[in-house]
Design a protein around this ligand. Structure first.
Ligand SMILES: Nc1ncnc2c1ncn2[C@@H]1O[C@H](COP(=O)(O)OP(=O)(O)OP(=O)(O)O)[C@@H](O)[C@H]1O
Ligand SMILES: [Mg+2]
Length: 520
């Protein structure tokens, strides 16, 4: 968990108790209370200032380069309190006494409150000698220096005790006021981790790093009103993502309306998107509501946006910019607060360069860009997806889950899936249908493409358990890949669609490291 800037240091002085305690120790003993964060940086000081000493002399010290570095060192040292939860007494570089009280929540060191600028009776002599040495150059004469030092507050052991208790009170106040923030932060952090490690998000399956990144991005942008452009190859799950964005957002009670921009000619598209009034053109027998109106409190998903005719692009841009549009044949404009999502499997940027897509619309749509990775970049998700679809078809066909036989599973796992998730889904459906009453899915029923599809040769296993077979395939793919790439793990990790760290873990797990190789 990150402790950075969790406490509102700048607000501490707004708490009456803290302000008053700081004033009291200042008035009574000329002691200044400072706050430092977990890195040992002074906090709660006016902007642009390193610190704001009440002592004239401290100001003098800090004005000088060496003195400043000395002060800095004293302040930074507070971070050494990490791991302790006890008050610590010491001296600053100039010889003044310091008291540092750590701010610790659930064993986490968040910073400290420390007081300095006084002399303790017990060590009065040594401290004064040291202080005189440090301050020598700051005074015009020895007498002035002598006078100054003699007038410095000297605290009895009892007073030091009171002072310590007061600083501890300041810390207690901080904890009282802000420790609930820590709990909230912890909860948020836990939720985030949970989300990151979820294999499923709104019907989306995938545990690969790429998919997890996508889930977390969806989570962050779901309630924004910004336009999202979802880019990805055919069948990668663009529409699924658009739905996830809608159904996880605050707009979920509104409608999710999808429009395939490639399925209509220009006129029809216009009347779909913007609606028309009765009599606007031949055949307009009655008013037609626009999709912007139907999806007003919801989401309008413009699929295959790359297929939208240029003339329509101009009209769409206007709605996106102004939030208003005019139904065909109408004289009045209407307002819309629909959230717009768009998807494409075409390289829009290239289309812009070739003049096939308007540049201004492209930038307008591309406020947030979601790229859906193709299956070949995340092959570690394939076994999960197979399992997911096995279950899905069993449910929809109201049968027990059927398992692929060994050969069938090998073929499914080693195929390249150029058609992505949809192709995989179709293949499993085909197997289910052709299996009829049979309890297992047979390799003989695979489509020709998948049945003959090459890929990595896999070893026949003795057991039929899914997990064992998967491990065997994984082992083979990694072993073959390591040889082929001459142990280039970064390259291989990329090829296999897994993180480098994950690959290294697997290499160790299967004893495929170079050392083991030599030994073997
Ligand atoms: N991560 C996933 N987990 C589970 N199912 C998925 C996943 N991605 C896609 N699918 C399924 O694959 C099929 C294709 O997904 P979808 O229609 O969202 O893709 P698309 O990118 O819009 O495809 P196209 O380019 O053909 O329009 C759907 O049945 C969807 O449920
Ligand atoms: Mg689609």
């Amino acid at each position: 968990m990150d402790e950075d800037d969790f406490l509102p240091w700048e607000d501490f002085d707004k708490l009456h108790v803290i302000r008053r305690l700081r004033e009291i120790v200042g008035e009574w003993w000329k002691v200044q209370l400072n706050f430092t964060d977990h890195r040992g940086y002074l906090r709660g000081v006016p902007k642009g200032k390193f610190f704001n000493p009440i002592h004239q002399v401290c100001r003098g010290i800090a004005a000088d380069d060496k003195g400043f570095r000395g002060c800095l060192g004293t302040v930074r040292k507070t971070k050494d309190l990490k791991g302790h939860d006890k008050t610590e007494k010491g001296y600053c570089h100039a010889g003044f006494s310091t008291i540092t009280v750590p701010i610790t929540v659930e064993g986490k060191y968040l910073g400290s409150v420390f007081g300095d600028g006084f002399i303790a009776q017990e060590t009065e002599k040594e401290q004064k000698t040291q202080i005189k040495k440090t301050l020598q150059n700051l005074f015009k004469s020895d007498t002035q220096l002598q006078n100054y030092v003699e007038n410095l507050p000297v605290l009895s052991a009892k007073e030091v005790q009171y002072l310590t208790e007061m600083i501890e009170m300041v810390v207690a106040e901080i904890l009282l006021a802000y420790s609930n923030l820590w709990n909230v932060k912890k909860e948020v952090d836990e939720l985030k981790t949970e989300l990151m490690s979820r294999y499923e998000f709104s019907k989306m399956v995938g545990k690969s790093h790429e998919m997890q990144k996508l889930y977390s991005l969806i989570e962050r942008i779901k309630d924004s009103t910004a336009i999202v452009l979802i880019e990805g190859e055919n069948g990668t799950g663009k529409e699924l993502i658009a739905r996830a964005l809608h159904y996880n957002s605050k707009r979920r009670r509104g409608k999710f309306v999808a429009l395939n921009c490639g399925a209509f000619n220009e006129n029809l598209l216009e009347s779909e998107l913007f609606g028309h009034v009765k009599g606007a053109f031949t055949g307009a027998f009655k008013d037609k509501k626009s999709l912007f109106e139907i999806a007003n409190d919801g989401t309008l998903f413009l699929d295959e946006i790359g297929d939208m005719p240029l003339a329509m692009q101009v009209k769409l841009l206007r709605v996106l910019q102004e939030g208003s549009y005019r139904p065909v044949g109408d004289t009045e404009t209407k307002h819309t607060s629909t959230r717009v999502l768009a998807a494409t499997n075409q390289a829009l940027e290239e289309m812009v360069r070739n003049g096939k897509f308007r540049e201004d619309l492209y930038y307008r749509l591309n406020v947030i860009n979601l790229r859906v990775p193709p299956l070949r970049e995340r092959s570690e998700d394939i076994p999960l997806l197979i399992e997911h679809f096995l279950k899905q078809f069993a449910e929809s066909m109201n049968t027990d889950i059927k398992q692929p036989d060994k050969k069938c599973l090998h073929k499914l796992l080693s195929y390249h899936w150029p058609g992505n998730v949809r192709e995989l889904e179709n293949e499993i459906e085909r197997l289910y249908v052709l299996a009829g009453e049979e309890p297992t899915l047979s390799a003989d029923d695979l489509s020709a493409r998948v049945g003959d599809g090459g890929g990595v040769k896999v070893v026949e296993t003795q057991t039929g358990k899914l997990k064992d077979v998967l491990e065997q395939v994984e082992f083979e793919m990694i072993r073959e890949g390591l040889n082929r790439t001459h142990w280039n793990k970064s390259l291989l990790a990329k090829e296999l669609g897994m993180s480098r760290a994950n690959l290294i873990m697997k290499v160790e797990k299967y004893g495929l490291g170079k050392k083991e190789r030599k030994a073997g």
